[in-house]
Design a protein around this ligand. Structure first.
Ligand code: NAD
Length: 484
């Protein structure tokens, strides 16, 4: 007899406790071999003054079990509360967010009866590193960080997921026509890793038209991998057009720990009334069972749930006159699923999880064999300046030229405004001044940059930040300015 697997469970807020009760009842009835450690997270913990919404003892449980089944929580209104999801994801390095969005037509209404898409979202980087600054009176900055190891892990995870789950195609969504460095890296890594999986079709779309296609013809996609922000937005779109956000579960996978949840929130207005649909959390629990090596239980639960949907036993959120047969509450829905354990759907595609499906990992051979030669070739100095036109700023800043660095261009919000700017270009108080040696791409020392900054300070400029300009193996690795 296989041993029980310890898991950490949080009942959450709002409808959380009801849907967690239902979920645990179903998976235990199906024979899930689990030992539950309960922890408290969410609203009550926040309101006790713990700004992360989770106590140190709860972290210990998570570090011990490495598996977290989490009901939705309520983040109290007002500032100072950190998102529990973001904290757990970053602390445990849960780099892959996996969200299947499937249509259950004709039992759940959708415009896309054949939709069956899995969105694999990078979970740690991009704009979600949460590094933001107010730099000038006019300007806020958010840093978008995309790394090679981060991209390699998520993209390899997507291909491994596709292979293990018999998926035929992996698509990548990026905006590398605009973000040539960050999204450009994600796309380049996608191409490198795709070449290792000749058995799987691969394609890349610009995220805008890709999103439009996903919303219009989701059956054209299979597995889609994307950076964090696009994935956040589009996985909700995908769940909604498949039928309902109330029906989707998600896995957050890392090397040290994994978290499973419903994608919806705590729906406080529905709490305590035996109304909520437990399906999202139940499908999260199905992903958990696969992850902990109990695919046969996952298959039993998933098929009993599909059969319940087919039999028209529906909670209020998906109940429809003519299609549904019985409107039930959370508890009765759970009982209906339990009663169907061992049965399979007759019309919907039955689930069947393989014994290796829980072993998908993004770890593998890294693609950087040798480090390229990195050289400093210039610097962008950012200023707050409110005293006049771009030409006046150009004339003033040229006075700090010297020791091998000269002002080449000034931009405002990325648009070149000096030399020879256009009077029509709107300017804020946030200026970027690009300094390079007389001969472009000649090497510069950091002491030259420090000397330049000293001259800026002596001339009383308000320097808000600098960005070094590098070449890697002689190739410029910074965005060019119009005319360069
Ligand atoms: P929500 O997902 O809680 O609710 C959106 C709508 O969907 C509501 O009309 C709700 O009644 C309905 N709904 C959601 N889940 C349902 C279910 N299982 N069965 C039936 N109907 C369901 O989103 P919201 O109202 O924007 O947020 C409420 C709270 O949840 C907020 O405090 C928010 O911070 C939190 N939240 C938590 C998570 C999480 O813990 N993962 C995710 C999103 C939102």
């Amino acid at each position: 007899m296989a041993q029980n697997v310890p898991i950490t469970v949080a009942y959450g807020d709002g409808i959380g406790p009801e849907i967690m009760d239902a979920t645990l009842k179903i998976i235990q009835a199906a024979g899930a071999r689990i030992d539950i450690e309960e922890i408290e997270v969410g609203e009550k913990v926040y309101l006790r003054g713990v700004s992360a919404g989770i106590e140190p003892s709860a972290w210990e449980s998570l570090r011990r079990t490495k598996v977290f089944l989490k009901a939705p929580i309520t983040t109290p209104q007002g500032g100072g509360y950190k998102s529990l999801n973001v904290t757990v994801r970053t602390v445990f390095g849960l780099y892959a967010n996996v969200r299947p969005s499937v249509a259950y037509y004709p039992f759940v209404d959708t415009k896309h009866p054949n939709m069956d898409v899995v969105i694999i979202r990078e979970n740690e980087e991009d704009l979600y590193s949460g590094i933001e600054y107010r730099q000038t009176h006019d300007m806020m900055e958010s840093l978008k960080l995309i790394s090679r190891p981060g991209s390699e892990k998520i993209i390899r995870y997507a291909f491994e997921y596709a292979r293990t789950n018999n998926r035929k195609k992996v698509t990548c969504f990026v905006k590398d026509n605009i973000m040539k460095q960050s999204d450009g890296l994600f796309h380049a890594v996608f191409d490198e890793i795709a070449a290792e999986y000749p058995d799987i079709v691969n394609e890349a779309w610009i995220v805008d038209i890709g999103a439009a296609k996903l919303a219009d013809t989701p059956e054209a996609f299979d597995v889609i991998v994307m950076p964090n922000l696009y994935g956040d937005i589009l996985s909700d779109v995908a769940a909604q057009i498949a039928g309902s956000v109330g029906l989707a579960g998600a896995a957050n996978i890392g090397d040290a720990c994994a978290m499973f949840e419903a994608i919806h929130g705590s729906a406080p207005r529905r709490a305590g009334q035996n109304l909520a649909n437990p399906s999202g959390l139940l499908l999260g629990a199905v992903l958990m069972l696969v992850h902990i090596g109990q695919p046969e239980i996952a298959t039993l639960v998933h098929n009993a749930w599909l059969r319940t949907l087919e039999d028209g036993v529906h909670t209020y959120d998906i109940y429809e006159e003519g299609v549904s047969k019985q409107k039930v509450g959370t508890k009765e829905f759970a009982d209906a699923v339990v009663a169907r354990i061992g049965q399979k759907p007759e019309k919907l595609k039955a689930a069947s999880y393989s014994s290796t499906a829980g072993e998908v990992s993004g770890n593998g051979k890294a693609h950087v064999q040798s480090l390229e030669k990195k050289e400093l070739v210039g610097v962008d100095v950012y200023l707050e300046w409110r005293e006049g036109t771009a030409d006046e700023l150009g004339a003033a800043v040229q006075k700090v030229n010297g020791a091998g660095l000269e002002l080449k261009r000034i931009t405002n919000r990325g648009a070149k405004v000096w030399p020879e700017g256009l009077p029509e270009t709107f300017c804020t108080d946030h200026w970027r001044c690009r300094f390079q040696p007389a001969q472009a791409n000649a090497q510069v020392s950091y002491s030259q940059v420090v000397g330049l900054l000293q001259r800026f300070a002596d001339a009383d400029f308000d320097v808000i930040k600098t960005e070094n300009l590098y070449t890697f193996d002689g190739k410029p690795a910074y965005s060019s300015i119009q005319g360069e």
